[in-house]
Design a protein around this ligand. Structure first.
Ligand code: NAP
Length: 261
C-alpha cells in the first residue's frame, strides 16, 4: 500500500479509537501523519510508536479543542512539525475526527453548558481548523469530516450530539462548493456503532450485539479499520471526482424492516 506516498495528513483525535485507525491506515499508505490529541499523552505516544514500528512516519500534536477552538495551536504545531520533517509546511489531507459525545439526553434534560461544549468541540473547532489549514493546503487537497449515522435517525439520548453532526454535513456541502475551484474535495464519513477502546464495554455485551444485528444490514459492530478504509479512499487520488458527499459507513444501520409479515 503506498497510494499516499509523499502526502502529509492531519488527523484530529488521531490518538485513540477511530482516529487511531485512520492515522495508522494513512501512514500505512505512505502519508506523514500529524496525530492530534487532547490530553492523553500515552495514547498518542503509543499510536506514533505503532506507526513507526510498521515503517510509517508520524508525530504527535497536543492541543485541547473547545471554546477558543484551539485551531490556531493545532495548525501552528502541525506547520512546524511538517517544516521540520519535509522542509516545507504543506498539508495535503485534513481529517476532522475529534469529537465529544452526548451525555445530556434529550430536549428535557440537556444543559446549556453541555450543549455549548458539544458545539465548541464538534462544530466550532473543525470549522476553524479548516479555515486555518487552508493556507497550508494551497491548490488541491482532501478534507474528510467524521460525522455519524445518527443524523438520519432519532436516537434517544443523542439529540445535541446528532445536531452537531448534522452541522458538519452542512459545513461539508458548503465548504465543498467554496473550495472546489482550488481542487480541494470535502466529504463526510458517517460511522455507525464502532468498537473502540471506549465503546468496547458497551458493544461487547451480547445484548448490545443482538440489538445492533437486528437493526443493521451487515449485522455486526464496525471497527476503526472499517472506517479508516473509507477515509483512505477519500484521501487518495481515486476519489478525486467525489465532493460534498456524506458517505454512510454504518454497515447499513436502520434501513427498514428486514422482512414483512
Ligand atoms: P474516542 O475513542 O473517544 O477518541 C476521541 C479522540 O479525540 C481522542 O484522540 C481524544 O484525545 C480526542 N479528543 C476528544 N475531545 C477532544 C478535545 N476537546 N480536544 C482535543 N482532542 C479531543 O472517539 P471515537 O469513538 O473513535 O470517535 C471518533 C469519531 O467518530 C468522532 O467524530 C465520533 O463522533 C465519530 N463516531 C464514533 C462512533 C463510535 O461508535 N465510536 C459512531 C459514530 C460516529 P484525548 O484522548 O487525548 O482526549
Amino acid at each position: 500500500m503506498s497510494t499516499l506516498q509523499g502526502r502529509t495528513a492531519l488527523v484530529t483525535g488521531g490518538s485513540r479509537g477511530i482516529g487511531r485507525g485512520i492515522s495508522r491506515r494513512l501512514a500505512a499508505e505512505g502519508a506523514l501523519v500529524a496525530v492530534h490529541y487532547g490530553s492523553n499523552d500515552a495514547a498518542a505516544k503509543d499510536t506514533v510508536a505503532a506507526i513507526e514500528a510498521a515503517g510509517g512516519r508520524a508525530f504527535a500534536v497536543r492541543a485541547e479543542l473547545g471554546a477558543d477552538s484551539g485551531a490556531d495551536t493545532v495548525i501552528r504545531a502541525v506547520a512546524a512539525g511538517l517544516q521540520e520533517r519535509t522542509g516545507r509546511a504543506h498539508l495535503d489531507i485534513l481529517v476532522n475526527n475529534a469529537s465529544v459525545a452526548d451525555s445530556g439526553g434529550g430536549i428535557a434534560t440537556e444543559t446549556p453548558d453541555a450543549f455549548d461544549r458539544l458545539f465548541a468541540v464538534n462544530v466550532r473547532a473543525p470549522f476553524f481548523l479548516i479555515q486555518q489549514a487552508l493556507p497550508l493546503m494551497g491548490q488541491g487537497g482532501r478534507i474528510v469530516n467524521i460525522g455519524s449515522g445518527v443524523t438520519r435517525i432519532a436516537l434517544p439520548g443523542e439529540l445535541a450530539y446528532a445536531m452537531t453532526k448534522a452541522a458538519m454535513e452542512t459545513l461539508t456541502r458548503n465548504a465543498a462548493n467554496e473550495l472546489g475551484a482550488r481542487g480541494i474535495t470535502v466529504n463526510t464519513v458517517a460511522p455507525g456503532p464502532t468498537r473502540t477502546e471506549t465503546t468496547a464495554v458497551f458493544y461487547d455485551r451480547p445484548e448490545a450485539q443482538a440489538m445492533i444485528a437486528a437493526g443493521q444490514a451487515l449485522e455486526r459492530v464496525g471497527t476503526p479499520e472499517d472506517i479508516a478504509a473509507v477515509v483512505a479512499f477519500l484521501a487518495g487520488d481515486d476519489s478525486g471526482w467525489l465532493t460534498a458527499n456524506v458517505i454512510d459507513a454504518t454497515g447499513g444501520t436502520y434501513l427498514g424492516p428486514k422482512r414483512l409479515g
